[in-house]
Design a protein around this ligand. Structure first.
Ligand code: HEM
Ligand code: NAG
Ligand code: NAG
Ligand code: NAG
Length: 332
């Protein structure tokens, strides 16, 4: 009798498990981990190998992909709309908008990954998933494996891109905390995601025009040593597209994706008003301190926040398309 009851229990448990698995296939729905497992088994390995080579040649390629994901996802969702080139029918796509032009980089690297994937599995892997995988791999490589996570996939590529959109959703580096938080909340992210994802400013570069003159004036709270250094690097009339040199964002460990950013925020050695703004509320300031002080704290949260950001307004199923060329929509 007891044996029968035990068997019945197992059966019921299995049925419940099947039901649960069947109804809720992925906690990342509508995306899933390993989406290309059957369709193009080598897809993620191909992206990773191109990224490893590109970052060994220039770590800036890794920074480029992480920023690319942010600028893709905050505008029209993560659908690779940022990659589209101008055409006679769409003469001013997102990439020509001030938040992207002329500072967003890495378009050729996306092309190289796409070429490798089209050779392996033609017409299968979306450009939107390429951006997400490339940003994930960049995070892993530049953190020396400390930021190591699976990236859900199954995104499809958008067909609409317009320069009027990025200026609505990507706030400038002169923004105060309330504008920054609002811009994240609009996309389903929160103040902690802002603090955690801003940690990406521990790698890569900035053009002088992003912080001149805003951060080099008398009322700025920027560290006087850093200000003196930046005055030496940057012309006082730096303008986008004009005379506009670049500097490293993190002067301490410029190519390591680590928690140094939070120490920099605390010591006022960050470039942007938007970085310094994280200290202007008690809640976000406490988060900065935790990220700076507790080993592993930031890495763990950055992994989750990247997945969250990479899930913004994604297109799946019969929405959008799988582009053949990441710079142009397919015509039938
Ligand atoms: C919260 C608001 C944010 C603002 C205002 C902001 C602003 C900027 C600016 C002005 C630059 C310099 C670009 C240049 O002049 O070349 C930059 C660079 C960068 N940002 Fe942000 N950012 C924000 C959030 C993020 C997020 C969420 C990420 C990714 C998780 C990110 C990743 C990067 C990276 C990696 C770079 C270096 C890019 C390169 O080296 O090409 N940023 N950001
Ligand atoms: C596209 O952007 C341009 C320039 O920003 C704007 O004038 C135009 O109205 C936009 N078109 C659409 C369809 O949104
Ligand atoms: C933040 O900046 C906006 C302008 O972008 C301004 O309207 C707002 O009052 C500022 N908020 C605070 C709290 O300073
Ligand atoms: C001076 O810099 C601070 C940020 O460091 C900024 O909030 C302020 O608006 C700037 N003032 C002027 C006059 O540019």
């Amino acid at each position: 009798m007891a044996a029968v009851a035990a068997k019945l229990q197992v059966l019921v448990a299995c049925a419940l498990l099947l039901l649960a698995v069947g109804c809720q296939a992925s906690p990342f729905w509508p995306l899933e981990i390993g989406y290309y497992h059957d369709k193009c088994p080598q897809a993620e390995a191909v992206v990773k190998s191109v990224m490893e080579k590109a970052i060994s040649q220039n770590p800036g390629n890794g920074a480029a992909m992480i920023r690319m994901l942010f600028h893709d996802c905050f505008v029209e969702g993560c659908d690779a709309s940022v990659l589209l080139d101008p055409t006679p029918f769409s003469p001013t796509p997102e990439k020509l908008s001030p938040p992207n032009d002329p500072t967003l980089r890495g378009f050729e690297l996306i092309d190289a990954i796409k070429d490798a994937l089209e050779a392996a599995c033609p017409g299968v892997v979306s450009c939107a998933d390429i951006v997400a995988f490339a940003a994930r791999d960049a995070s892993c490589i530049l953190s020396r494996g400390k930021v190591n996570f699976q990236m859900p996939s199954g995104r499809r590529d958008g067909t609409f891109s317009n320069a009027s959109e990025p200026v609505k959703f990507l706030v400038p580096p002169t923004s105060n905390l309330s504008d920054l938080v609002d811009s994240f909340v609009v996309k389903g992210l929160d103040a902690e995601d802002l603090v955690i994802l801003s940690g990406a400013h521990t790698i890569g570069r900035s053009h002088c025009s992003a912080f001149v003159p805003d951060r080099l004036n008398v009322s700025s709270d920027i560290d006087s040593g850093l200000a003196a250094f930046l005055r030496g690097q940057c012309p006082s009339d730096a303008t986008p597209g004009g005379n506009d040199p670049t500097v490293m964002q993190d002067v301490v460990t410029p190519n390591d994706l680590d928690r140094q950013y939070y120490n920099n925020v605390l010591s006022h050695t960050v470039l942007f008003t938007s970085d310094a703004a994280l200290l202007t509320s008690e809640g976000t300031a406490r988060m900065v301190v935790d990220n700076a002080n507790i080993p592993g704290w930031w890495e763990d949260r950055f992994e989750k926040a990247m997945v969250k950001m990479a899930g913004i307004e994604v297109k799946t199923g019969d929405q959008g398309q799988i582009r053949k060329n990441c710079r142009a929509i397919n015509y039938y």
